[in-house]
Write a protein that binds this ligand. Structure first.
Ligand SMILES: Nc1ncnc2c1ncn2[C@@H]1O[C@H](COP(=O)(O)OP(=O)(O)O)[C@@H](O)[C@H]1O
Ligand SMILES: [Mg+2]
Length: 418
């Protein structure tokens, strides 16, 4: 079937941009960094938003906001909610005649204490109006801190520093200690400062000294993972990322698309980032094919791609011999008849062939067995011990978690360096 946009070339020959742009009407809605304009796209985080708002709320009256510590697994809306409320806080403050400065610093990108201070400084400073600068070298850390306090004092009645991914900080106690106690230690003269620290790891708290803990983690907010219904609703609330005419007109077919993607993300623990990624990939696959309407088959292919990407990531961390073992299991599985056991000795013969072909050393069966056990621990395959028949001992039957095609494609992109 030809796609919707194969007619009407303007310049001669193939127009390579033809299929681009027909599926999405607002792809930004499916980008992870995008913070929704309005909270009707934010699903199931009403309690967390209200709690965070009440910790920060005194800012609107020109008073010091509380320090807050947020934690939860990746993809549960921590960054989004913090940025969303940061923006709302600035607006509500302005409406009240209070100028509030919010600096969002991603500690993944800025992991040293100096980088954090420089980044926050750049965000609150307006170099056209002050002679304060934040060079990344040549100025001592304590001077940089002084400049940061200065910038806050000059521009704002209240400041909020959102430190995201604080588990990535090189020296969390120093950085969080100085920032979260800036108010008490009278570093600032006019501005009142609060700190929101966000972590993906609950146990990160144990790495903090009791002083830092008492100033930062007094007010703790936990973001739980999403259930499948919440994931479904999160995706459905972003359906206008797509052109209306590429969405199935049948309501059930439409829901199936979001449900299929939500089910996948719910299997692990309920990560909205994964769910949104799948929906974006679904559209990209349909776009590449020049499809007229999105179907669950596009979602399924996006899921395969996501599985493959995950496998590639995992296999990149494995020794090359484990990769040969995975490849051997996949090839043996591919050769087996449907329902037939994939036997360990067949896998080992395949492994011998591959390593000979690759001109590399061939490990003993004992070592390969250990590698299979390690791969089983990583949940990429499963092994069952079976009797080969009376007096014939036992063998292992091996099952891949993913399809052999997916595993082979993953093996290929690992060896290609992808
Ligand atoms: N409750 C929600 N409603 C709508 N979208 C959400 C929700 N939670 C997360 N998202 C989306 O999922 C993605 C990941 O969320 P994010 O805030 O980055 O997670 P975290 O910071 O907890 O790792 C973002 O694109 C975000 O917009
Ligand atoms: Mg985040």
């Amino acid at each position: 079937m030809l796609g919707r946009n194969h007619a009407g070339c303007m310049s001669g020959g193939t127009n390579y941009f033809d299929s681009v742009g027909s599926i999405f009407s607002n792809k930004d809605l499916l980008r992870i960094e995008t913070v929704p304009e309005s909270d009707d796209r934010i699903i199931g985080r009403g309690d967390q938003l209200s709690e965070l708002a009440s910790e920060l709320g005194s800012a609107i009256e020109g008073q010091k906001p509380n320090n807050v510590f947020i934690f939860g697994k990746p993809g549960v809306g921590k960054s989004m909610c913090a940025k969303f409320l940061g923006r709302q806080l600035v607006e509500r403050g302005a409406a009240n005649g209070v100028s509030i400065g919010v600096a969002y610093v991603d500690c993944m990108q800025n992991s040293s204490e100096t980088q954090v201070v420089v980044r926050a400084g750049e965000l609150v400073n307006d170099p056209d109006e002050t002679d304060i600068t934040f060079p990344s070298g040549g100025v001592s850390r304590s001077r940089l801190y002084d400049r940061l306090w200065n910038a806050f004092d000059q521009f704002y009645d209240v400041g909020v520093i959102i430190l995201d991914e604080i588990d990535k900080l090189d020296s969390p106690n120093e950085t969080l200690g100085t920032l979260s106690r800036a108010g008490e230690s009278e570093k600032l003269s006019d501005c009142h400062l609060g700190v929101v620290g966000i972590s993906n790891k609950a146990r990160f708290e144990n790495r903090l000294t009791s002083e830092v803990r008492s100033s930062l983690t007094q007010n703790e907010l936990v973001f739980p993972p999403y259930n499948i219904n919440e994931l479904f609703n999160i995706l459905k609330a972003r359906r206008d990322a797509f052109n209306p005419d590429v969405l199935p007109s049948d309501a059930r077919a439409l829901d199936d698309i979001f449900a299929t993607a939500a089910k996948f993300a719910a299997q692990e623990y309920g990560d909205a980032r994964q769910a949104i990624d799948i929906l974006r990939k679904t559209g990209e696959i349909a776009e590449r094919e020049g499809a007229d309407v999105l179907t669950t088959s596009h979602v399924e292919r996006a899921l395969d791609k996501a599985e493959e990407d995950k496998l590639v990531k995992m296999m990149q961390t494995q020794p090359v011999q484990s990769q040969y073992v995975m490849q051997s299991v996949a090839l043996t599985t591919d050769d087996a008849d449907p329902g037939e056991d994939v036997k360990s000795h067949d896998v080992y013969s395949k492994y011998e062939q591959i390593t000979q072909y690759e001109d590399t050393n061939t490990l003993s069966w004992r070592r390969v067995r250990d590698l299979l056990d390690e791969l089983e621990d990583l949940d990429v395959l499963d092994q069952r011990r079976k009797g080969a028949g009376k007096g014939k001992g036992t063998y292992r039957s091996i099952y891949l978690a993913d399809s052999p095609e997916t595993v082979l494609r993953a093996c290929e992109s690992v060896t290609d360096g992808g």
